[in-house]
Design a protein around this ligand. Sequence first.
Ligand code: HQG
Length: 179
Amino acid sequence: MNLTKTSKFISLVLRHHPEAAEIELDEHGWANVDELLAGISGKRHINLTMDILEEIVRTDSKGRYSFNDDKTLIRANQGHSINVDVELKETAPPEFLWHGTGEKFVSSIDKNGLLPKGRLYVHLSGDTKTAESVGRRHGRPVIYKVLSGKMASDGYKFYLSENKVWLTKAVPAKYLEKL
Ligand code: HQG
């Protein structure tokens, strides 16, 4: 059983395409666990049991998923493209946050700032090392320093997801410094 492959499919279902497992999410992004197990099993040669799902949630390198208290529901903590409200906590950011991207996006970002593109929020990292690995997913990495403290004092809102990813709706170019 390839846990990474299974986790990637779970991530796709819980963030972007619940219909790929023939399930629906509620307004807070929760999926019924029994429906998810049944909906994912049999697809892509995956046989997802509760034991495997619990292992994936427990060992996920980024803490991508949460169960509710009695483990009847599961959701992704961040990263959605579909419009769900995962009850993010508005949180005062540190003075600086970081965003890793690919070189190919730099000219557009320098002009338009950071936009959420396919997702609900722009994702920001608390340190440059994390930003670099996020950026590398898009080719040669480029890191931006985000003047988050200044943004907050100018009235922009920041949220910290359950798994400690910083989120904001957009970052205008004047709050960005390329490293
Ligand atoms: C770029 C992963 C052109 C942006 C990661 C990024 C993260 C622009 C890409 C999470 C732009 C979108 C999110 C503009 C932003 N013009 N390009 N104005 N503004 N972009 O994957 O931040 O493993 O949707 O820089 O670790 O890379 O999936 O966002 O390069 O936490 O759990 O548009 O996904 O986590 O790409 O990654 P993405 P992201 P998971």
